[in-house]
Structure formats: C-alpha cells, structure tokens
Design a protein around this ligand. Sequence first.
Ligand code: HPA
Length: 284
Amino acid sequence: MYTEREQAQQAAAYIKQRVGSAGVSMPDTAIVLGSGLGFLTDRMELGVRIPYEEISGFPISTVESHAGELCIGELAGKAVFAFSGRFHYYEGYDFRTVTFYVRVLHCLGVRTLILTNAAGGMNPDFKPGDLMLISDHIKLCADSPERGTADPFFGPRFFDMTETYTPRLRQLVKETASTLSLPIHEGVYCFMGGPQFETPAEIRALRLLGGDAVGMSTVPEAIVAARCGMQILGISCITNMAAGMIAGTHISDEEVTEVAGNASGRFSALVCAVLERMGNRSAV
Ligand code: HPA
C-alpha cells in the first residue's frame, strides 16, 4: 500500500519521463481548462499528450464535455502543463481524489496554478458571457481535501488562506484585460457540490454571504495548491444567471455549454495574453 506522497511521486515520475523523452522543457505553471477552453490544447506547441488513464492514480473523468488528457508544451509562448478536463466532487470522487493531480504537480515542481471554470452569476451586475476573476472563495461544506493525514511534504497541517488567489497574478489579469479592452469583474466564488444546480433560496443565502458566482469545481484544487504554497489564479466564465436571479427562467447544462462556447474566444484571448505576459521566466 503506497502513501499518497508515493502515489503522487510515481505519477510525477511517469510524466517526467514522458516529458524527458519528448525533449520538452519542464513547465513551472499548470492550467486547468474548464468548460469552453478545452480547445486551447489544439493551439499548443505540443510536446506530449498523455490521456489521464495512462497516469496511475488519476481517476477516470466521467464528464462527456471534458476530454481527459494532460498536454505538455507551450501555450502562447509559455511552457505549461495543460489539463483538458478535470475531476469533480459531483462525479462521486472525494475531495482527495479530485485534487490528486495538484499533489502530482507539486511533485513536478509547479509553482503556479491557473484554474478556469464555468459558473453561475449571483451578482446582479453580471450577465451570461461575462468573465470574473476570483478574488476569494466560500466553501460551506465541512469536508476538506486536506482533512486526514498531514504529510509535511505537501505543506503545514494548518495553513493560511488569506491571499489564496495571488494578488500579483490578479493584477496581471486586470492589466491584461484592460490592454485587450476586455471587461472583467472580480468577485467571490462559492463552491457547491452539485450535480444539481442550486435552489433560489440557496442562491439568496450565498448572495447574503457575499458570493458573486457559484460553481462546482476549483475550490478543492485551490485549497491543496494553497497548502503546497503555489501561486493561484482563478477565472470564471459566467455561463448563466444563478437560480432565481431571473424570474421565470430555468438552468440547463445545454445553456451552460453553449454560453461557455460562445465566450471561449474572449476567455481564451485573455488566458493566452496572460500566459504570454508571464513568459518563461519564473512566475510573475
Ligand atoms: N451553479 C453551479 N455551477 C454552475 C452554474 C450554476 O448556476 N453554472 C455553471 N456552473
């Protein structure tokens, strides 16, 4: 029986070996491509493409719209580990399984994690298709991906979450968006487990608590990355107004997928411009 650290190190060793034999340089940055951004891997100067099922310890992605492969190469001139498809709590995996890849990234020496997602808008100033930079998050459920054994290899048992979403990276996104004349909101992302969308009463409660957007991903990964000491950037595509925000409307996965697709041009332009500005020096 291997420990979690050994499992992560084994997966990292496999990835390292694949990267090495392709003659690609090891990135210090990883990006998770949420709904609508998966196509970005086609734009990469690709070194290696590894289906998740080849990486031991990776769960099987059960969401049709998420391809499930790790691409390593350059995107907008920046060497990255690009994850097309992620794992979700609503698929039945626990938080530790969902976030295993973040521990693997830590073993690979990754210092910066960029998390993208689709989210429902709770701030009445938002509209579908808008982008939101995550300034902070709220997770109401008691469970944590860090509950349980606390191997110091992955950071201290108790760790700070005061500036989880790195202020310097947020500033970079705001400057980049302004250069592109691309409006972007900044706000608080609330994690809900799904797979059901929220009730209007839940959305009213989350708004009262200070939430601006709601979604079913990102927060578990951000917690593990924070413990590992990574710099974190989170950007949401607002694909719909959250339940009850617009009287007489309902939320569907089709709407989420369609709006994410329509916004993907702007979203990917921003992400690529940010990567370009980060360059291949150490993380900005
Ligand atoms: N709620 C939760 N997750 C989501 C939503 C939503 O309204 N839209 C896209 N992902």
